[in-house]
Design a protein. Structure first.
Length: 184
């Protein structure tokens, strides 16, 4: 893990006073809640989320809210569905014959990979089933929910290593459509 190696007090102060901006590698502690306090996710103590700021590595609404903050800042951010995991779209729920999936035991709530009309694999969640069909929901599980992020912002921030970071494709409603995370 990266550890600062300041040679002078001035260098140390510069590194830790850095604002979050594009091309900053940022570590945050966070807690994500929905529906008035139901905890969906949280960073583990001592294991913050690292991301490269300005390259769509986290949801857009949270990234915008963190821009310009400094190490030690705390912020609670309410992110709309449009700036989070998307608006829930009923047209992303489909009935699919069971015989189009591998044989096996499936339950409501299971995640499956389905091949779309263009041949791309997409993750879906089984929301209902009967003797012949699955009802598959291709929306992200948090689509349609306003998200509340409580952050202990920027435990650390530093310039990203030159030449190691590339822009990722924009986040989509489907987690499987995202590129794998890249450490910078």
């Amino acid at each position: 893990m990266w550890q600062p190696a300041p040679t002078t007090t001035a260098t140390y102060a510069k590194v830790f006073a850095m604002q979050i901006a594009k091309k900053s590698a940022v570590a945050i502690d966070y807690m994500l809640t929905i529906d008035g306090g139901f905890i969906v996710d949280a960073s583990e103590k001592g294991d913050p989320l690292w991301y490269l700021h300005g390259y769509n590595n986290i949801i857009p609404g949270l990234e915008k809210a963190l821009d310009g903050l400094k190490v030690g800042d705390k912020k609670t951010v309410l992110v709309s569905p449009e700036e989070g995991y998307g608006v829930y779209a009923a047209d992303r729920v489909h009935q699919v014959p069971k015989n189009r999936h591998r044989k096996g035991t499936y339950n409501v709530g299971d995640h499956v990979t389905a091949t779309g009309p263009e041949g791309a694999d997409t993750e879906a969640r089984i929301t209902a089933m009967d003797g012949k069909n699955f009802t598959l929901d291709f929306n992200h599980e948090l689509a349609g929910n306003p998200l509340t992020w409580a952050t202990n912002t920027a435990i650390r921030t530093r310039p990203a290593y030159s030449g190691r970071c590339r822009q990722r494709p924009a986040l989509t409603a489907s987690p499987s459509a995202r590129a794998p995370a890249r450490r910078c």
